[in-house]
Design a protein. Structure first.
Length: 297
């Protein structure tokens, strides 16, 4: 039987560039999981607490990259990534970029990294800092780019949050990140309008109304998979319970109620206008899938 000593155990390690709120949350998750973590931040003072918790502060970004095979960037923007890594030797390195950016920036950064000898993975974080390192919170990160890199570091990447690989196109994580957040902002816009309508009533408590609103939004979210299927099939009428003609007929009541409650309808009028346009073009029996074509290809 082989006698394994403590010295035989290899401590997993990686480098993190960027110690804002999100970067710090990722750092603490890796440290808590026993990883050897080298960090760098443009403002070194931000690293003090992490160093006290066991992180190693590198003198510069290039030194931080040199310390480990895997480097994760979580910086302000794509330009900051380029500036931080300008002097680093990326030959044979694995680079995972969690910096928020556009799909074209992710594809360009992938080509840039590969030209310098590195494998590249782009990430889109679907979480806020308090969700990092808390599996039950449901946060996850979308990844796209090198499948070999993803498989090689799957365990490390899964420590801060769940992982979802979206394919080899480096821009797909950023694209789906923004698409999902766009859906969130649309939901928030509707919720803001709803709260504005009821807030002026003395006997309707916003905190008591909130569960009703949340339950209704969750129930109506069932239409989202249907829209996806309709967009793929090209049949925008099958299974539609309330067509655009019926929806448009009720728009004036929404506008009148907003007027009575002294609430601006500006958050809702854009979608109402799209509904009217699509219905007037002869698609009265459709649901909301037809609105997608009015926005783009």
């Amino acid at each position: 039987m082989t006698d394994h000593t403590a010295s035989d155990v290899v401590t997993p390690s990686l480098t993190l560039l960027g110690l804002g709120a999100m970067g710090t949350a990722f750092a603490r998750a890796w440290l808590a999981a026993g990883y050897s973590l080298t960090v760098w931040n443009r403002t070194p003072g931000r690293a003090g607490a992490l160093v006290a918790e066991g992180a190693v502060l590198a003198a510069g970004a290039a030194d931080a990259v040199a310390a480990n095979a895997l480097t994760v960037t979580c910086l302000l923007d794509d330009a900051s990534v380029g500036e931080a890594l300008a002097g680093a030797d990326l030959t044979g390195k694995d680079l995972v970029d969690l910096t928020t950016g556009t799909p074209s920036e992710a594809r360009a950064r992938a080509a840039w990294a590969e030209a310098r000898g590195a494998r590249f993975l782009s990430g889109g974080i679907m979480a806020v800092p308090p969700m990092i390192g808390v599996p039950e919170a449901g946060g996850y990160v979308l990844y796209s780019g090198s499948p070999e890199l993803f498989e090689a570091h799957r365990t490390a990447l899964a420590v801060p949050a769940g992982t979802r690989f979206t394919g080899e196109n480096p821009g797909h994580a950023a694209l789906q990140d923004v698409a999902l957040l766009s859906g969130m902002y649309g939901m928030v816009a509707g919720a803001a309008h709803a709260f504005a309508l009821v807030r002026g009533e003395k006997d309707i408590s916003p905190s008591e109304f909130a569960p009703l609103l949340a339950e209704w939004v969750v129930a109506m979210s069932a239409m989202i998979p249907q829209i996806g299927r309709q967009l793929e099939s090209g049949d925008y009428e099958s299974g539609v319970a309330s067509g655009l003609a019926m929806q448009v007929a009720g728009v004036q009541s929404f506008l009148d109620t907003a007027h009575e409650q002294n609430v601006s309808p500006e958050l809702l009028t854009p979608v109402f206008n799209l509904m009217k346009r699509r219905a007037q073009d002869g698609h009265e029996r459709e649901g909301f899938a037809g609105l997608v074509g009015l926005l783009g290809p």
